[in-house]
Design a protein around this ligand. Structure first.
Ligand code: SF4
Ligand code: SF4
Length: 283
């Protein structure tokens, strides 16, 4: 933990440490950011980070058993890759020169010939190569021979607070930092009851020493403590937070995190400006 101190009061600096990162998930340690504050970031991730999603659907032909409303609803829920900064945000006016359009155009034109077919998200064509379904395997509808669909879709930028289809994550959780204390004396290191009790493989005996192998896997379930209450104590440090998110695929996890921080800072700036306005009005 980074700690700076002055003669009268101490200040703790924030620090972000990457614990785990892959194409669709990220886990970070927000050091000296308490769980209450990290929870605001988590909520912003779910409901304020903007993505593209189909909002308007023009159906010219639909012979399937599914009615137009349901078909449009299904198309709206297909996650689309979102090129950052390319399309206007809901609060932005579209760029007059057309360099920042309001929406992305996609089409779905398909017909079943001599046998039934399943229409998949990979059948959707996009005018913009940067905007396409995150997965081509999403089933939309079944068509019998001779049936067809012709539709045009417009995808707009939006936020999860207005509809879940714009939310960029399937999982976004925050928890405190686990703290595992092992008494230096009293452990015989041979019984390994605590190691066997841990469902996450957090503890291990290595070179005759009981060690914490992977702290971030600890769920603070307390089973190790139950196995050996005199030696092991598990607690939670809520002055730091672990933030974990899984992207649906519209944006990379690191982009989601970075946009969430931008949104939080913007909201704090707006709040600060409002406070200033209120205090000036009262002068
Ligand atoms: S902490 Fe307790 S349960 Fe674990 S190895 Fe030591 S004595 Fe055994
Ligand atoms: S609290 Fe649970 S997860 Fe954490 S080390 Fe103990 S048994 Fe394992």
């Amino acid at each position: 933990m980074t700690k700076k101190s002055t003669s009268k009061k101490s200040t703790r600096s924030f620090k972000i440490e990457f614990i785990e990162e892959s194409d669709n998930r990220i886990m970070v340690l927000l050091r000296n950011i308490p769980v209450t504050m990290a929870n605001s970031i988590r909520r912003v991730i779910i409901s304020h980070v903007p993505t593209l999603a189909i909002e308007r659907v023009f159906i010219f032909r639909n012979d399937s058993l599914m009615n137009d409303d349901m078909l449009a609803h299904r198309l709206g829920l297909i996650p689309l890759t979102t090129p950052l900064g390319k399309y206007a945000l809901p609060e932005e006016a579209p760029d007059e020169e057309g360099s920042k359009p309001e929406y992305a155009e996609l089409t779905l034109t398909i017909e079943a010939k001599d046998k039934p077919i399943t229409v998949l998200s990979s059948d959707i064509k996009s005018k913009d190569p940067d905007v396409k379904p995150v997965s081509g395997d999403i089933e939309i509808v079944r068509l019998a021979p001779g049936q067809g669909i012709e539709a045009e879709m417009w995808a707009y930028m939006g936020r999860g607070k207005d509809h879940a289809k714009w939310s960029p994550v399937s999982v976004s959780v925050v928890r405190g930092l686990p703290v595992i204390r092992i008494k230096k004396t009293g452990c015989n290191k041979k019984c390994k009851k605590c190691v066997e009790a841990c469902p996450k493989g957090v503890l291990a005996v290595k070179k005759g020493q009981l060690i914490v192998k992977d702290l971030y896997k600890c769920t603070t379930c307390g089973l190790c403590m139950e196995a050996c209450p005199d030696i092991i104590k598990v607690s939670i440090d809520e002055t730091s937070s672990i933030l974990y998110l899984e992207s649906i695929g519209q944006l990379r996890p690191i982009e989601i995190l970075s946009l969430a921080f931008d949104e939080v800072i913007k909201k704090l700036d707006d709040f600060y400006s409002s406070l200033n306005e209120v205090s000036l009005e009262n002068v």
